[in-house]
Design a protein around this ligand. Structure first.
Ligand SMILES: [Cu+2]
Length: 150
């Protein structure tokens, strides 16, 4: 009797398919650190030198991501007198991402009673945004900064 040893050792080296799928969605905004805890997200803020008080009124009140929107900026002096005649410039960005606004919003006209139309606002991602209005009017030059959490 012959013991037929049918055991064959077949070594299959299946190379582990290390599919390092580098999902190339690295658009430069991959910092997930939290914004400072003490940020003031008020929609009414006093300017940095205290000359003005300004209120942002986003269209429809909520601030959507990725959509062009119009805002109204209400501007008054610290004592509450509406400011209609002012040179206003808009700037902004994400301090933690090192980038600015994706658009170049502008204050296009005065609407009366201290209100000013801001066109071209857009925020293309979630997180902490800063929007700054530089104001130059009879009472002086100053800036007012708003924090947004999207
Ligand atoms: Cu960003």
């Amino acid at each position: 009797m012959r013991a037929f040893n049918a055991s064959r050792t077949i070594h299959r080296f299946i190379a582990p398919a290390v599919a390092a799928v580098a999902v190339a969605t690295l658009t430069g905004c991959m910092m997930f650190s939290k914004p400072p805890a003490d940020l003031d997200y008020s929609r009414t803020r006093t300017s940095e030198s205290g000359i003005y008080r300004a209120t942002i009124r986003p269209q429809g009140d909520s601030i959507p991501k990725g959509k062009l929107q119009r805002w109204t900026l209400h501007l008054e002096t610290a004592s509450g007198a509406p400011v209609d005649s002012a040179a206003l410039a808009v700037d902004g960005g994400m301090p933690q991402h090192g980038h600015g606004l994706p658009t170049k919003p502008r204050v296009t006209r005065a609407l009366g009673n201290g209100d000013h139309l801001v066109e071209g606002m857009k925020f293309n991602m979630g997180g902490w945004w800063v929007v700054k209005f530089r104001v130059n009017a009879a009472a002086g030059a100053d800036s007012v900064v708003f924090n947004l959490s999207l």
